[in-house]
Design a protein around this ligand. Structure first.
Ligand SMILES: C[S@@+](CC[C@H](N)C(=O)[O-])C[C@H]1O[C@@H](n2cnc3c(N)ncnc32)[C@H](O)[C@@H]1O
Length: 404
């Protein structure tokens, strides 16, 4: 069966959804954004999905939405006034589409314009769009080709309040946001309601294949849209493959503007009250990937890292924490060296575990996590015992407390 042709002359309307029922099939980050918009319009929202992102599960717990924790049942869309299909599964979205058509229910199928019988209107152009357009007409430094620009943007560690102003502005104006799997749903929520969100986190094929696909997708999007954002967790140039993507885009004739983000390498420790450098503790910080197998021939020299004397911050080390600890001990780090594990930093799921190097192998570490190794890892400078502060300050001031 073929879908009817997509109209090039849509009929703009404002729907009053107040108290009316809406079905959202799917409960991932995209579905969460749709639910957010529907709730804001006063709709009574039902979500159908076997699993849900934490914010939707939370909304169901709070009674803000109804969640049927199962797969979509053929024909059930007919009981609703309007529906959204956002499962990421073409087969399920297709079934919802045909059911909605049969029942006369308006449907928005995420990322599938041919299966949308309604879409959200686009706002008027803004200054940044105009800027992007201007940039698109700028001549390349090296030749005569006309450049379009992709914005390579750091999403920060998770909390949307930790986005840079530039990142938030670009997201609010984006036509397309191509994002990694780790990017927090609340950050994606900052994106314009009309923005097409493309999750390139999980794809079949090896990493090289994935990188080629991402480049092709960005090149294609840059040719069609004014504001294309490539959104990467933390900072795009800290273990984010941002460098490779920027080079690939430039080779494809696309301009790149980099918007740095707050890296989890410092935001993770900071969220646990750990300064990565501090007088009397550490005069440097070394950020290392834990992704490589420490026993492989061409891997990080952990024994050498142990001798650096700086704070070590390990990213992507969750599954190899035990091996990393073993090699650092071999390199001469003391068994009692403090270690902090910071999981899901700056998100509602944040968890901090303090231990010592010798006990790290027995400490469960759940990704995404940062390992902080060094004396600063024992600190939480946001939780200083005020009693100690009063005593030490009082003695520094010759015995009189400044709190008097
Ligand atoms: C591929 S690297 C990307 C790093 C990112 N570009 C940055 O600057 O934070 C992914 C790793 O970053 C770390 N990470 C990212 N976000 C995190 C968070 N909110 N909490 C803890 N670790 C995080 C984890 O070690 C994770 O395995």
């Amino acid at each position: 069966m073929r879908n009817p042709p997509v109209s090039s002359h849509p009929y703009p309307v404002n729907l009053d959804l107040s108290g009316r029922s809406a079905l959202v099939v799917g409960a991932g980050a995209v579905a969460a954004r749709k639910v957010h918009g529907l709730l804001a319009a006063g709709a009574r929202v039902t979500v159908v999905a076997p699993e849900a992102v934490p914010e939707l599960a939370g909304a169901a717990d709070d009674g803000r939405i109804r969640w049927h924790q199962r797969t979509y049942r053929r024909g059930e869309v007919a009981s609703y006034r309007l529906a959204v299909a956002a499962t990421g599964d073409v087969g399920v979205n297709g079934q919802v589409y045909w059911d909605a058509e049969a029942a006369g229910v308006w449907l928005n199928a995420a990322d599938d314009p041919e299966r949308c019988t309604f879409t959200r209107p686009r706002p008027p152009r803004t200054r940044a769009r105009t800027r992007a357009r201007t940039r698109a007409r700028t001549r390349a430094r090296t030749g005569t080709s006309v450049l379009v620009t992709v914005f390579l943007v750091g999403a920060g560690p998770g909390d949307p309040d930790l986005l840079t102003l530039r990142a938030a502005r670009l997201l609010a104006e984006a036509d397309v946001v191509v994002h990694d799997r780790l990017v927090d749903a609340r950050v994606l929520d900052v994106a314009a309601p009309w923005a097409r969100l493309v999750d390139v986190g999980k794809r079949p094929g090896g990493p090289a294949d994935a990188q080629d696909r991402i480049r092709d997708l960005l090149v294609d999007a840059a040719g069609r849209h004014d504001t294309v954002v490539r959104l990467k967790g933390g900072d795009p140039f800290v273990f984010g493959r941002g460098g490779e993507e920027a080079e690939a885009l430039r080779r494809a004739g696309i301009g790149v503007e980099v918007v740095p983000g707050i890296t989890s390498a410092v935001a993770g420790p900071a969220a646990a009250g750990i300064p990565v450098t501090m007088r009397g503790h550490s005069s440097g910080v070394t950020v290392i990937t834990g992704h490589q197998d420490p026993t492989a021939a061409r891997s990080i020299d952990w024994e050498a890292a142990a001798r650096l004397g700086t704070t070590l911050v390990v990213l992507m080390g969750a599954s190899r924490a035990a091996l990393i600890a073993e090699h650092l001990l071999l390199g001469g780090l003391d068994a009692t060296t403090p270690v902090a594990v910071v999981e899901s930093a700056t998100t509602p799921a944040q968890r901090v575990v303090r231990t010592v190097l010798a006990d790290l192998p027995d400490t469960p570490v759940h990704a995404p996590a940062i390992l902080v190794i060094g004396s600063v890892a024992a600190l939480d400078v946001t939780d200083v015992d005020l009693g100690d502060l009063v005593t030490s300050t009082a003695s520094e001031h010759g015995g009189s407390s400044w709190l008097n």
